[in-house]
Design a protein around this ligand. Sequence first.
Ligand code: SAH
Length: 253
Amino acid sequence: MKFRLILRQIYTMRFDILTVLPELIESPLNHSIMKRAKDKGLLEVYLHNLRDFAVGKHRQVDDYQFGGGAGMVMKPEPIAACIEQLQQERTYDAIIYTSPDGVRLDQELCNRLSMLDNVLVLCGHYKGVDERIRETYITLEISIGDYVLSGGELAAAVIVDSVGRLIPGVLNDETSALFDSFQDDLLAPPVYTRPAEWEGKSVPDVLLSGHEKMIEDWRHEQSLERTRIRRPDLYEKYVHGDHDKINSVENLH
Ligand code: SAH
């Protein structure tokens, strides 16, 4: 997997995000690492306002749900029109719908997504989108956790951020993403910076030793211990599983 990540050909990954509230996504993707990724030309994010694809005087994007009940449902026509227009310009490797009933986003899925070139993300709002849109266009449904957001925009921002930082060249020290939590089913070890002595607490001696092998071993032990205590489920997976598995792009559809 590590090699696959490093060897991904270096060219731009493109996200097209369909939303009724583009403002909600703009800010998180226009600062820090995401901004740098875009400035370097490694990541492109295009926001499409579904209202621009709605017809009629009121440019309606939602409507009452059949069968009654509170909450509006996003109408199929503007979504279909937007997706079809975009599909005329390029083929999408994944057409994602953000949804609490989708597959849970984790680091493994992020790795797999980071190897794709063109990804479309549809953000739901209100009660969600008309089911027929999901049946017709969506190839992958992603939840960012077992809780309900008021819209898919924050979930889309989470997807772009967590995937975008894995594109080679996005992070300054390219290897650093490989040592983040979850990359090997382990949590990251504790980290320290200057001063070496603060409020009577000192940094572990080994980190000041300059001895690379000892530092590496210490970090690995800390990772193991932290994972064993905080995430026994991951620890079991690490101990018993194939913890250097390939995260292929297969099964995304
Ligand atoms: N009635 C729906 C929730 C609608 S919430 C249900 O119970 O499943 C409105 C929109 O927010 C959803 O269409 C989806 O796009 C987004 N959303 C809410 N929670 C989310 C989550 N955990 N992960 C990803 N998207 C989510």
